[in-house]
Design a protein around this ligand. Structure first.
Ligand code: NAP
Length: 247
């Protein structure tokens, strides 16, 4: 057997959903490469938890909005060094607010991280996976990309765009054995949602037929399925993990 590590790359894998995905894919047998931007201590905690459980992980500070840094990362850390089997485009941010007061720079930043960043990672990963003639790419969209949401125009636009990116790249890359899907979580208990006012989270919980937020591990289970050996004929799909929340 080859000694080249079978890597799953998880952007924003340092905390929240990304951490749960990183831990789950490590349990599934992948060496996990995770990225973060601002909180190295959280990234190190995730790496330590994976290593303590007997897995392999490395953390990289890599801003999803920085195209040059992403190209350099693929050249220096991935190409000809590891077998890149899975990319999970998970890093994401919000800059919510009323549409008419949304600043250009906030709109641009949300698009840069949540959509353009996913494209940049997908493009670099696809070059490598095409040569391998196999690979799985999973993009973290959101129910808001399917339904829209008041006060989240930039975020919803980015997450809807990610569904278009998923479907287009799935069609283009299928011939090379690369499967591209999206996961669309509903309301998940993470730091991203912890900042919401209590009345908003109460409203979200009431709207969910299962009457509770998802745990990050429940989202990670869907990613694990799409990355794993039981989903060889699924591509271009959006797997909703939303507790029955419907449009
Ligand atoms: P979170 O707790 O805020 O974690 C965000 C992660 O992304 C962190 O690891 C963060 O790293 C990283 N990150 C942020 N900006 C980055 C950048 N420019 N470059 C690289 N990494 C960056 O968020 P979450 O709730 O786990 O959400 C994860 C994904 O799921 C996002 O795409 C989000 O839109 C999506 N989602 C979340 C929910 C929900 O209810 N929570 C629902 C639907 C979809 P640092 O710690 O270094 O900043």
């Amino acid at each position: 057997m080859s000694d080249i590590p079978r890597v799953a790359l998880v952007t924003g894998g340092s905390r929240g959903i990304g951490r749960a995905v990183a831990e789950r894919l490590a349990r599934d047998g992948f060496a996990v490469y995770l990225t973060y931007v601002s909180r190295p201590e959280e990234a190190e905690k995730t790496v330590a938890a994976i290593v303590a459980a007997g897995g392999q992980a490395k953390a990289f500070q890599l801003d999803s909005a920085d195209s040059e840094a992403i190209a350099a990362f693929f050249a220096n850390e991935i190409k000809d060094k590891v077998s890149l089997e899975v990319l999970v485009n998970n890093a994401g941010i919000t800059r919510d607010g009323p549409l008419i007061r949304m600043k250009d720079e906030d709109f641009d930043k949300v698009l840069a991280v949540n959509l353009r960043g996913c494209f940049l990672f997908l493009r670099e990963a696809a070059k490598i996976m095409m040569r391998q003639r196999q690979g799985r790419i999973i993009n973290m969209s959101s129910v808001n990309g399917q339904t829209g949401n008041a006060f989240q125009a930039s975020y919803s636009a980015a997450k809807a765009g990610l569904i278009g990116l998923t479907k287009s790249s799935a069609q283009e890359l299928a011939v090379r054995g690369i499967l591209v899907n999206a996961v669309a979580p509903g309301y998940v208990d993470t730091e991203m949602t912890a900042v919401l006012p209590e009345e908003v989270t109460k409203k979200f919980t009431e709207a969910v037929p299962l009457k509770r937020p998802a745990t990050p591990a429940e989202v990670a289970a869907a990613v694990s399925f799409l990355a794993g050996p039981d989903s060889t004929y699924i591509t271009g799909q959006v797997l909703a993990v939303n507790g029955g929340l419907y449009m």
